[in-house]
Design a protein around this ligand. Sequence first.
Ligand code: HEC
Ligand code: HEC
Length: 380
Amino acid sequence: MQVAFEVPFLKKDAALKSDARHIFDKDIFNADYFAPDKEAYYSPEKAKLGELLFFDPVLSDNNQRACASCHKPAMAFTDSKTKSVAFEFDTLPRNSPTVINAGFQNRLFWDLRAGSLEDQLDSVVNNERELHSSFSRVIDKLNASPEYVTLFHKAFPNTKKTGITRAYVKYAIGVYERTLTGLNSRFDQYMQGDVTKLNQEEINGFNVYMGKAKCGVCHFAPLFNGSLPPFYDVSDHHSIGVPVKDSVVKYVIDPDLGLMKINGQGFARFSFKTPTVRNVALTSPYMHNGLFKTLEQVVDFYDHAAGNKFKKDMRPDMTGLPFFTILPVELKLTDAEKKELVSFMKTLTDTSASAKVPVQLPQFNPPYANLNGRTIGGVY
Ligand code: HEC
Ligand code: HEC
């Protein structure tokens, strides 16, 4: 009606675009709203540069690891590992999350410790277990590539004065990551009006998800994560009691304190950001510790009231704590409903963002000419 009557749309700085037709519009999110600075607003030049950096192992100290080492496009930007492989080949404490749609969150990481993609990058590049490098070493290398220098000048004219700085490296990668959207899955196309896109089992599954199984009370449409309606600009977290092992004999809660390690608050003990259910057909294994290999296991866990089922088995000093924020009721799903629920989740796949992979990386001059044969996306 607004379009028909030529009523102008509000120009408001908000997560959702005011001219989106409905919440399943594939362009509903306003990427620039999540940018930490005007320099991080979208432009094709910035996104292209960020894409090269994301796949370039030059960001790591041994020039063998890139962001794409743990965020592989073929797996919706995850790595299929229970926990990611660290720089020295041991494991990181957590499972690598998808980067598709990750830019539309005000909090990043399982424990919500970063406030923007750019903020998140600091810890990755400097982390001795991830890229094991420092921005000064990375910038030193980038300056030895006239191609990179030109790309920075084009994307951020200010760098002609300042040179390549840490901030611009981060902005470029952040802008690229905010282009990694996937909101046009089969499910979305159905919601946009093409009713041929889902079969009856999948439609039933959506109703189980939103109804009897109560998944939608934490994983909110349209992102199917913890971004809270109606503004979708705050990421929520929950403690659902994911155990260390999937054992029916003895329950031991995963000792990772989650958000509590960041804010010191008792209520945040074992609390994690509610991750997205989009693309879960490709992002196994699941949960912050990568415990579950299949969606059927995930559904069974919830069917038995998640961690609540095991509360009685917990260490006495822990049982009294009100740390589970999931209802202590069994869902009592039938086998058919479980199957429908899994079928529905598999309709949320949209990996169009995975198509953007560079075919060539910029060349380097001495003393870094040895980098010219490096592997796109890293060696491991
Ligand atoms: C060694 C593996 C590894 C590498 C390399 C790596 N990541 Fe990650 N990434 C992870 C893991 C594991 C997490 C989750 C960590 C946590 O939550 O504590 C993560 C989290 C993230 C998140 C947060 C997603 C969300 O929804 O909260 C983003 C974004 C991200 N990485 C982007 C990047 C970028 C950009 C790079 C390159 C500069 C990079 N990663 C390099 C393993 C890796
Ligand atoms: C009380 C809030 C809450 C409810 C209800 C809930 N979830 Fe979750 N879900 C979470 C949180 C928090 C995590 C991350 C937990 C962790 O890693 O410790 C999660 C993780 C997941 C994951 C793993 C995603 C990944 O990338 O690792 C899937 C899949 C999932 N939930 C599906 C469901 C389904 C299906 C339902 C309904 C049967 C459901 N959830 C109900 C909060 C909830």
